[in-house]
Design a binder for this molecule. Structure first.
Ligand code: ADP
Ligand code: MG
Length: 592
């Protein structure tokens, strides 16, 4: 018997002890795995000469009341012995350790842990105390069975030809049959309910309706027998029952439907099952193009950041289909880096198949789609910002840093696109504001956007210079993210649109206002009078200051009387491009 990795064991414990109440999602997980396996096979058959698929690709459901089993089968790509071991012997092999480290302060929130892992297959153990997976990989003569009670470990053995499930026994058969041996039914945990055609049908409709392959089940039907010719007047209709394989899902890909024909809850279910998310998306965007380049696209803006978003393992991208065949699970070229959090699907018959990564990048159709995708995301974010500020602030909390990096890493060339999506903490208003809102509230004669950067908002707001700026009627944006100051350097200035003049307001012309670090030494907040005073004081105490500078050595570059001290006795400021606060952040390194 093989042991699960320790990690896996812990998760299995969580699963089995059913911290997650919505146990019925096990079926959705198994069906989407089956659908993935069909996708993989159909992709291979299109790209490899020696892979041919005969017959219809489908998922089959069955249940056996007496044996208390449910089975989910597919004639997809199947798994070899080694693949069974690798894929089903380890839960979330790569992400789990890291996830735990990064989320050590959320240990109580188990639901999220499971969701983040995408431990789909293991959800079977929420309802089953034994799971048997018999699989025959495409092109293989033998099949193997993986079996586990979820606690002790698992076994893998070859299945003798005469022991094979019917679906896998024919010549050249391939695919996977997963059988769940349901736990005993109890009052809190009614597993009996799954042993009915009605319940399974309901679950498929609810969670897997848009799976693109038929999800079929043998169902009991009854029909009226033809009336015998010699039937008398007192003939009563006779019925017979028969079995029929019925497709129970709608099969239309949800992204091909107009959004007016789809209910949001269906989008939510689709999103969660496809992308292994456990909370509904913040926004759903669907759009379609017809003509020279036709495509359907469905995009989601998540409501939570994936745990690995800022790690190097995170892969951005949209799923790319051509005529219903999945070409690439995460096509990176369809998304700019700063929208890397967006999940979704693009399906276009015009995108050529057999594309490798290199040619994808040069593919002009793809580039055209990517441009439209970017525009759509942008306008969705704008609408969220303008119509649902609370949701937008949450969004920005999750993903704002990525937008800022977009400006930084494009050396500012994306600034005009992204600037209005940014939010900053206003020292005056004590809430998040856009740059537009900042500009609209600028004092008469103010010609700069002032910010202060550091690692702690509380501390920034207590800086004497911030207080001084506020006293002068200048708001200060308090910035605490590592990227902020670098971003401002690339942005340089913010473009303020012209304001039309009316009888009360004079109106203003369009202009560019520069960003200025409020604590930079050359910041000009003082009045001419204050400056003159300061200069005179510096001059008067020249000798003293020179001596001070000498004593402090290379700790300071100069000592002088500042014109804008407010009520603070002294101030340390920086003259370089990076503020003292920022230097401190940088010294702490990227993980601080
Ligand atoms: P995920 O689907 O997120 O990869 P799962 O726990 O649902 O995680 O499945 C683990 C892996 O097991 C899959 O990635 C796949 O390689 C394999 N697998 C599961 N079910 C099947 C199946 N029906 N056919 C082929 N491979 C499967
Ligand atoms: Mg899965």
């Amino acid at each position: 018997m093989k042991q699960f990795k320790t990690e896996s064991k812990k998760l299995l414990d969580l699963m089995i002890n059913s911290i997650y109440t919505n146990k019925e999602i096990f079926l959705r997980e198994l069906i989407s795995n089956a659908s993935d396996a069909l996708d993989k096979l159909s992709f291979e058959s299109l790209t490899q000469k020696d892979v041919n698929v005969e017959g219809e690709l489908a998922v089959r459901l069955a249940f056996d009341k007496d044996a208390r089993t449910i089975s989910v089968s597919d004639n997809g790509i199947g798994m070899t012995e080694a693949e069974l071991d690798k894929n089903l012997g380890t839960i979330a092999h790569s992400g789990s350790e890291q996830f735990k480290e990064e989320n050590s302060d959320h240990q109580g929130e188990d639901v999220d842990i499971i969701g983040q892992f995408g431990v789909g297959f293991y959800s079977s153990f929420m309802v089953a105390d034994k799971v048997r997976v018999v699989s025959r990989a495409y092109g293989e003569d033998v099949a193997h069975a993986w079996e586990s009670d979820g606690v002790k470990g698992y076994t893998i053995e070859e299945v003798a030809a005469d022991q094979l499930p019917e679906d896998l026994s024919g010549e050249g058969a391939h695919g996977t049959v997963i059988t769940l041996y349901l736990r005993p039914s109890t009052d809190e945990d009614d597993t009996d309910q799954y042993l009915s055609e009605w319940k399974l049908r309901e679950l498929v409709k609810q969670y897997s309706n848009y799976v693109r392959y038929p999800v079929q089940m043998m169902v009991q039907k009854s029909r009226e027998l033809p009336k015998p010719e010699d039937a008398g007047d007192d003939y009563k209709p006779q019925y017979e029952s028969y079995e029929e394989l019925e497709t129970i899902n709608s099969m239309t890909p949800i992204w091909k439907k107009r959004s007016s024909d789809v209910e949001q809850k269906d989008y939510n279910e689709f999103y969660k099952s496809t992308f292994h998310e456990w909370s509904d998306p913040a926004r759903t965007v669907s759009f379609h193009a017809e003509g020279a380049l036709s495509y359907d696209a469905l995009l989601f803006i998540p409501s939570e950041a994936p745990f690995d978003l800022y790690s190097k393992d995170y892969e951005k991208g949209l799923a790319l289909y051509t005529s219903n065949v999945l070409i690439q699970e995460r096509c990176a070229d369809l998304l700019p880096d700063y929208y890397n959090f967006v999940r979704g699907i693009v399906d276009s018959p015009d995108v050529t198949l057999n594309i490798s990564r290199e040619t994808l990048q040069q593919n002009s159709q793809l580039r055209a789609i990517a441009r439209r995708v970017e525009k759509k995301i942008h306008s969705e974010l704008e609408s969220m910002r303008d119509n649902d500020r609370e949701a937008y602030e949450k969004f920005f909390d999750n993903f704002g840093r990525g937008l800022k990096f977009g400006i930084y890493s494009s050396y500012g060339s994306k600034a005009s696109d992204l600037a209005d999506l940014l939010l900053f903490w206003s020292a005056r208003k004590q809430k998040m504001v856009t740059l537009k809102e900042y500009a609209a509230a600028m004092a008469d004669g103010q010609d700069k956007v002032y910010y202060a950067a550091g690692d702690d908002r509380e501390r920034l707001s207590k800086m004497p210079i911030v207080k001084t700026a506020l006293d002068h009627g200048y708001d200060v944006l308090l910035c605490t993210q590592d990227v902020d100051e670098f971003m401002f350097q690339f942005m340089r200035s913010y473009h303020v649109d012209a304001v039309a003049g009316d009888s009360e307001n004079k109106g203003t012309d369009a202009r560019d206002v520069e960003f200025a670090n409020v604590s930079a030494a050359d910041l000009d907040l003082a009045t001419d009078e204050e400056k003159k005073e300061a200069e005179e004081a510096s001059e008067k105490n020249k000798d003293l200051f020179e001596q001070m500078a000498k004593d402090l050595g290379d700790k300071v570059s100069s000592v002088k009387v500042a014109a804008q001290l407010g009520d603070a006795p002294a101030r340390i400021s920086s003259e370089g491009p990076v503020s003292l606060e920022m230097e401190r952040v940088l010294e702490q390194g990227p993980d601080a």
